[in-house]
Design a protein. Structure first.
Length: 163
């Protein structure tokens, strides 16, 4: 199974909306999420399932991806903002049929910690970045870093695709 760890796009400051849970994407964040989604359309094949943190900024980012891939967000998972990789992996291991790709839209520092834990490699997890990890055995949290894309790369890819 391929695991894509996607960090949510740029969100408004907490002071603007009050609670951290309800922080929305900024206009720049919306554009980054659209570019990310458009680029992912051309990077994936096979079956795709998507899970997201229930926080608004991740739900918004996930919805852009869901629209581009014509794949609904199948689960808003509390383990994502809690940083509980063990609970998350138990849930994907319990799936009756694994997708070719599982996209998890989440937050820092958890995505960075998970990437390092699974691959033993550290990469900078910027807003609207994507980390692609291949898990040879979905029941083990050991995998290979296949690719990493900064948001600027995804935006450039989206603009080339659109042209």
């Amino acid at each position: 199974m391929n695991l894509l760890l996607v960090r949510h796009a740029e969100a408004e400051d907490a002071a603007v909306s009050g609670a951290d849970f309800t922080r929305k994407l900024t206009a720049h964040g919306q554009q980054s999420a659209m570019d990310l989604a458009r680029a992912l359309q051309h990077c994936l094949s096979g079956s795709v399932q998507m899970w997201s943190s229930p926080l608004l900024r991740t739900r918004e980012t996930a919805e852009y991806i869901a629209q581009a891939l014509a794949t609904p967000v199948s689960q808003y998972h509390d383990a994502i903002p809690a940083g509980d990789l063990n609970a998350l992996s138990q849930d994907w291991q319990a799936m009756p049929e694994l997708p070719d790709t599982l996209i998890v839209v989440g937050h820092q520092p958890h995505l960075g910690i998970w990437t390092t834990r699974i691959t033993h490699i550290s990469v900078p997890i910027k807003k609207a970045s994507v980390t692609g990890i291949h898990l040879p055995k979905a029941d083990r949290l050991e995998g290979e870093l296949q690719w990493y894309a900064l948001p600027e790369m995804m935006s450039r890819m989206a603009s080339v695709i659109q042209a």
